[in-house]
Design a protein around this ligand. Structure first.
Ligand code: BES
Ligand code: ZN
Ligand code: ZN
Length: 496
């Protein structure tokens, strides 16, 4: 899909649909909307008066063959209350407009950014909104005869003087959204098409093309490095595990700058192992590699955006299968750090592979750690598909991430990590156990386990189990993989 910025007056833009947004106010026909209203002979004023045009969030009003403008249609999208409007609303409006028009076989559209909103950030949001909205998880459908496609999007409303800022935002938005879609494409792959080895190949190809340093550890190297926690999960599968390391080195590193470690859980299929999951809904466990895919996508974006800090991405990947060699409840494993673990439930495997992942990231020089993982069903109970669960060992670092989440328009909510929860994972015969001996706080317990391997490093854990997959389509996003947390993490790294 082509996206361009157009600085000529919007009345003269030849497009199948001119999209603009309208606030929920006593008179929604104001500013640029009033200008269009005038050209269209007062049509919008009449729609507002009749109650058809209110500006309520994501209300759509489609007008065909409007007078006074070159566009074939006008699409008015409700933007809600003006006080609450921000770049996240604009991103959703752009995305929802694209999906609305695409379903009506429209092939191109122009979105008019409103007076007062014409910034670099707005152009970025529009680009991100339309590109992520355009993604369809239909790669394996063979009948594409009736496929509807948006071929081009024009961002309008920027004057010649505002053009540079707009172009900058558009470029940045494209890099980020393409990377988010890259991650979503990986997440959407079923486990027979995406084994740990195939994921590693794809990560390596991406890294090489993007100019990043990459190293793939195979099962032999993983064993030599004594990554016992990762190996314990992998031993039940005939598919060998992989550990991916992708590094971004800034052109001129700032002395004393942090080195960010991004660790992502990539279980290409989670059957639960010997502690096997129920059949109902098990097919969804192909997305148990979403954390890893997201981190690989973040690196893809960073390679183009060139932040000034070093970033090391570590992705442990395996299947979790109940094979003849699979680990069994009660088995004791030694993690790379030397800590011993009682594996009381083989379905709590994400924390095991992350134990070695965070330890290795530290060993490679990461000073600040962030992991992303579809870790617990408990976070789905707590926050559903609305918020990412956030856990942190350092409040200043966690606050910085939460601020980035807000700026990137991704909902995240911090959950507790009190020392008292440590008791719940104290081992009986080994150092720690991989599930709680008590009841409740399942998402926190998962985080507490990972924390055991982070030492004194500031560390954040993102539990994306509830948010990595959309069970239902949203007006601005297809059903399926979301690529959540990518934008926040890119924003966070860029803020250093
Ligand atoms: N991959 C699952 C978590 C999950 C649940 C992801 C729902 C996406 C949607 C994880 O490995 C798991 O099975 N966790 C267990 C932990 C329990 C055994 C302590 C869970 O949450 O049930
Ligand atoms: Zn599991
Ligand atoms: Zn899992």
């Amino acid at each position: 899909m082509q996206i361009t910025l157009e600085s000529k007056p919007f009345a003269g833009i030849e497009t199948e649909a001119l999209v603009f947004y309208v606030f929920e106010e006593s008179d929604p026909v104001q500013g640029r909307v009033a200008e269009i209203d005038k050209l269209a002979g007062g049509l919008l004023g009449r729609l507002a008066k009749s109650g058809e045009l209110t500006g309520k969030t994501l209300e759509f009003t489609l007008v065909h063959a409007p007078a006074g403008v070159k566009a074939a249609r006008l699409l008015l999208v409700g933007a809600g209350k003006k006080e609450q409007f921000n770049s996240a609303t604009l991103r959703k409006i752009a995305g929802a407009a694209l999906r609305y028009l695409k379903s009506r076989s429209v092939k191109n559209l122009a979105l008019l950014v409103r007076e007062g909103d014409v910034t670099e950030e707005a152009a970025q949001s529009v680009a991100e909104g339309v590109l992520t909205a355009d993604f369809e998880p239909d790669k394996y459908k063979t009948d594409k005869k009736n496929d509807k496609r948006i071929e081009s999007v024009t961002i309008a409303g920027y004057s010649d003087a505002e053009r540079t800022a707009g172009e900058k935002g558009l470029t940045k938005g494209r890099i980020i959204a393409d990377s988010q879609n890259f991650a979503r494409d990986l997440i959407n792959e079923p486990s027979n098409k995406l084994t740990p080895a195939i994921l590693a190949q794809k990560a390596e190809a991406m890294a090489k093309a993007a100019g990043l340093t990459v190293e793939i550890l195979d099962e032999k190297r993983i064993a030599e490095l004594k990554m016992g926690a990762l190996l314990s999960v992998a031993q039940g599968s005939i598919e060998p595990p992989r550990m991916m390391i992708i590094t971004y080195n800034p052109p001129s590193p700032r002395p004393g700058a942090p080195v960010i470690g991004l660790i992502g859980k990539a279980v290409t299929f989670d059957t639960g192992g010997i502690s096997i999951k129920p059949a109902d809904g098990m097919e969804k466990m192909k997305y148990d590699m979403a954390g890893g895919a997201t981190m690989i996508g973040v690196m893809r974006a960073l390679a183009a955006l060139k932040p000034s800090v070093k970033v090391i991405c570590v992705v442990p990947s395996t299947e979790n299968m109940p094979g003849g060699r699979a680990q069994k409840p009660g088995d004791i494993q030694t993690a790379m750090s030397g800590k011993t673990i009682e594996v009381l439930n083989t379905d709590a495997e994400g924390r095991l592979i992350l134990a070695d992942g965070v330890h290795y990231a530290k060993q490679l020089g990461a000073t600040h750690l962030i992991d992303a993982a579809t870790l617990t069903g408990a976070v789905v109970v707590a926050l559903a598909g609305i918020n990412v669960g956030v856990f942190g060992s350092d409040q200043a670092f966690t606050d910085k991430l939460l601020a980035s989440a807000k700026a990137a328009g991704e909902k995240m909510w911090q959950l507790p990590m009190d020392d008292e929860y440590r008791e719940f994972i104290k081992g009986t015969v080994a150092d720690i156990q991989n599930i709680s001996s008590g009841k409740g706080a399942g998402a926190t317990i998962g985080a507490m386990f990972i924390k055991e391997f982070t030492g004194d490093s500031p560390w954040i854990h993102l539990d994306i189990a509830g948010t990595a997959w959309n069970d239902d389509a949203k007006p601005w996003l297809a059903k399926g993989p979301t690529g959540v947390a990518l934008r926040t993490l890119v924003h966070l790294v860029m803020s250093y």
